[in-house]
Write a protein that binds this ligand. Structure first.
Ligand SMILES: C[S@@+](CC[C@H](N)C(=O)[O-])C[C@H]1O[C@@H](n2cnc3c(N)ncnc32)[C@H](O)[C@@H]1O
Length: 342
């Protein structure tokens, strides 16, 4: 799709500006030829006039649009992952998780021009780091808004990445097309772990490697807070507790998923730290996390909004007990990096 004529893209932008048929953000950049530039300028002005946001487009983005449309057409609705991580403002948490992406990229031991897949890229933390090291990066995520954020961050950082719609059990890439697959707290959300392992193994070249991160079950106060919140919500909503998911932190489990595809797994444990002026400030900031936004909306819909105050009180108590900083708020969170070689 690299050769998709720019005029076609411009025409589609014009059509959208006029008819408003699609929902993605439109991007425009001056083209090499004057006629294309004039078309693009006109399209950009029209899109702006219709309240659309106009930011630069490059040929890679053309490829993104074309491939995403092809992929959307073949991804059955029921397989599209829920919930949508584009809810709320994941950007804030992503900033706090950046050190984990740095560890993952470091352990990936990237060489220039290596083909990297950042699976579940979110706002693109690992993608940008890998691209800055000279890798050819494909960033995949099911959340449309986060894909746009990742793409815009790459533009701002002046690195090229391909951004595609997809998810771990259905990766829109050919066999053997990737050298290193990185997934920072993302493949762990795939409901079908066996399908995810099969897809990762399919797209990875024979000497390819994997770097995955997963939260430890005894991750610390954040884990305790999540469990307490979940229990309070389930009680309020009269829902049965969710069945345990795949133990992505467990090297034996990961070996049982990837071993049949020829991978050997090693693991190392790491810590992250989150900081804020106070436990209350950190808690209030975290209310924009997509899963929290979703959970609070469920309470509202069920007419149980009053439970939110109890969740806040309990959470702040747990956070204060885990606080490592007498003069402010600093809290540790523990995760594991699993590396697969074959
Ligand atoms: C905790 S965020 C991590 C995002 C990013 N990797 C980072 O380091 O900030 C989880 C990400 O996984 C994505 N995700 C959810 N289900 C997924 C699936 N089945 N396959 C791939 N990614 C998925 C979400 O859209 C979200 O961007």
């Amino acid at each position: 799709m690299r050769g998709m004529p720019s005029k076609l893209l411009v025409a589609s932008v014009l059509a959208e500006a006029v008819f408003g048929q699609q929902s993605h953000v439109f991007q425009w950049q001056p083209h090499r030829h004057a006629s294309e530039g004039a078309f693009a300028l006109l399209a950009g002005l029209m899109a702006s006039a219709h309240g659309r946001r106009v930011v630069p487009v490059c040929r890679r983005w053309e490829r993104h649009i074309a491939m995403s449309q092809a992929y959307s057409a073949r991804m059955p609705e029921e397989r599209a992952p829920r919930p949508d991580w584009g809810l709320g403002r994941y950007e804030d948490m992503a900033e706090q998780l950046l050190p984990a992406a740095q560890v993952a990229v470091q352990l990936a031991d990237l060489r220039p021009d290596v083909r990297v897949l950042d699976l579940g890229c979110g706002t693109g933390n690992a993608s940008l780091l890998a691209a800055q090291r000279g890798a050819q990066v494909t960033a995949i995520d099911p959340a449309p808004r986060l894909r746009s954020v990742a793409y815009e961050r790459a533009l701002a950082a002046d690195v090229e990445i391909d951004v595609l719609e997809g998810e771990a059990s259905s990766v829109p890439l050919p066999d053997d097309s990737i050298d290193v697959l990185i997934s920072v707290f993302a493949i762990i959300f795939c409901p079908d772990a066996h399908a995810a392992a099969a897809e990762a193994s399919r797209v990875l070249a024979s000497a390819g490697r994997l770097v995955l991160t997963a939260w430890l079950p005894d991750r610390g106060p954040i884990g305790e807070k999540s469990k307490a919140t979940q229990a309070m919500m389930m009680t309020a909503l009269g829902a049965a507790p969710a069945p345990p998911g795949t133990a992505w932190h467990d090297p034996e489990t990961v070996a049982s998923l990837f071993g049949p595809h020829g991978f050997e797994i090693t693991a190392s444990d790491h810590e992250l730290f989150y900081e804020a002026p106070s436990a209350e400030a950190w808690f209030d900031r975290s209310q924009e996390h997509p899963m929290t936004v979703r959970g609070m909306a469920m309470l509202d819909r069920a007419g149980r909004s009053e439970v939110k105050a109890a969740i806040r009180e309990r959470s702040i108590d747990i956070l204060e007990r885990g606080n490592l900083d007498a003069d402010g708020f600093r809290i540790a969170d523990r995760y594991r990096v699993l590396v697969g070689h074959r």
